[in-house]
Write a protein that binds this ligand. Structure first.
Ligand code: BT5
Length: 232
């Protein structure tokens, strides 16, 4: 993939900005901002985006829209962290965690055949007080600041590689997600709009959905606006 990087010092949300570039911008356009004033997670949740973090969105134009594309972002982040000696795991469907703290989240949105893939990764930024205990950054883990340009470069390399794999065979991406989620076999609570589900994760199916054992019944949870909490 040939990336074309647009750099902004401040923006409301790189996803919104990238969306505004459709349909004129080519696939591979990357919007990076030093700071977001209205960074978003799923369902309008807010995403803390102070200076020092990596906040970016990438425009992709896959042959068809496939929710498993979000895994491509999560795998690329996990591999980037690995390059810096940080061992990360993926929490289905869109989070990257180090130990029991979230370090990154991926938000994919769709517009006119494009996928806007937003990635937020805590690099050297401060973690806001309300997220202390549940979030971490590369700097917190390594005990030193990290060159953000190096992080971006590696992330785009891994993203290009995983996207290529995805286009060739999306099952390989799901297979890798299975290996890197420590949730399989765990009791979880799946938070949904209508009703929560409590069960044990059996597996992630080939189509990317979560297979849950709820009182002996297999329930399929599709990628969407669900959050998974380990039920302790
Ligand atoms: C996500 O949503 O994890 C997707 C986050 C995507 C952010 C990127 S940054 C570039 C691009 N532009 C945007 O506007 N967004 C994308 P979700 O699964 O809904 O998780 C949101 C939850 O994560 C929040 O409710 C907080 O609990 C937590 N959170 C917020 N900011 C965080 C941070 N900086 N680090 C770790 N956790 C955070």
């Amino acid at each position: 993939m040939k990336w074309k990087i647009l750099r902004l010092s401040e923006v409301d949300s790189t996803n919104e900005y990238a969306k505004g570039l459709i349909p004129d911008a080519p696939e591979g356009t990357v919007v990076v901002a030093k700071r977001q004033t209205a960074g978003r997670g799923r369902k309008g949740r807010s995403w803390a985006s102070p200076k020092g973090g990596l906040w970016m969105s990438v425009l992709l134009k896959p042959p068809k829209i496939d929710p498993r594309l979000v895994f491509v972002g999560a795998l690329a982040v996990a591999d980037t962290l690995g390059d810096f000696g940080i061992e990360a795991w993926i929490k289905w469907p869109n989070d990257v965690w180090v130990g029991n703290r979230k370090i990154s989240g991926v938000l994919t949105e769709v517009k006119r055949g494009y996928v806007i893939m937003g990635i937020g990764l805590n690099v050297n930024n401060e973690i806001p007080e309300e997220l202390e205990g549940s979030a971490t950054s590369m700097r917190d883990i390594l005990g030193r600041s990290v060159g953000i340009e190096e992080v971006l470069k590696r992330l785009l390399e891994h993203l290009g590689r995983w996207y290529k794999t995805f286009l060739e065979n999306p099952y390989l991406v799901v297979e890798e997600i299975r290996k890197r989620t420590i949730l399989i076999g765990k009791e979880v609570r799946v938070l949904r709009d209508d009703n929560d589900l409590v069960g044990r994760i059996i597996n992630i199916s080939d189509d990317g959905s979560l297979l849950l054992d709820v009182d002996g019944q297999t329930v399929k949870v599709v990628y969407g606006d669900v959050s998974v909490r380990i039920n302790r």
